[in-house]
Design a protein around this ligand. Structure first.
Ligand SMILES: [Zn+2]
Length: 163
């Protein structure tokens, strides 16, 4: 209980630090409100995607830390691409990273393609859906037990509970 509270508090502090940058753009980090390109240039499969989802998935935006309800999702099931529905993660790979973004130790084999991203002066590995090309997040080598940490934007994921 106490640990959970501390993690929620941590996410709130992170959100507060980002607030001056994000207050103009809802749940997206930065000032971006509109897509830079015309929607027809993107592989939009799900017609119900919101503007925020499109900015993240097609222009590599980032949702504000601590804003995704999936941070608190603990049920058994699987996580799918919000654009094309491809299965990306099993709930057994999810862990509480305390970063404010849904995090996973491993992806479904072949679910993602990766590329090196040099934005914001950092060298990071970006991953996107192998099926539709939508951006999902960045993967780091500081996961539990020396493994990986897939840091995902919750807005790009759909959780399907095990039936
Ligand atoms: Zn996809």
């Amino acid at each position: 209980m106490r640990r959970k509270f501390l993690k929620i508090a941590g996410a709130s502090i992170l959100g507060f630090i980002f607030y001056p940058l994000t207050s103009l753009a809802n749940n997206i980090v930065g000032f971006k409100k509109k897509l830079k390109k015309d929607e027809s240039e993107y592989n939009i499969i799900n017609p119900d995607l919101t503007n925020e989802q499109k900015i993240i998935m097609f222009e590599e935006g980032t949702e504000r830390a601590g804003t995704s309800e999936l941070n608190y999702e603990k049920r058994k099931g699987s996580y799918h691409c919000a654009n094309c529905g491809a299965k990306l993660f099993e709930s057994t790979a999810k862990f509480d990273s305390g970063t404010g973004w849904p995090s996973f130790t491993e992806a479904i084999p072949g679910a993602f393609v990766t590329k090196t991203d040099y934005s914001f002066g950092m060298k990071r590995t970006e991953y996107s859906c192998a099926n539709c090309g939508a951006h999902h997040g960045h993967v780091f080598n500081d996961g539990p037990d020396g493994g990986k940490r897939y840091c995902s934007n919750g807005l790009c994921l759909l959780f399907v509970p095990e039936s």
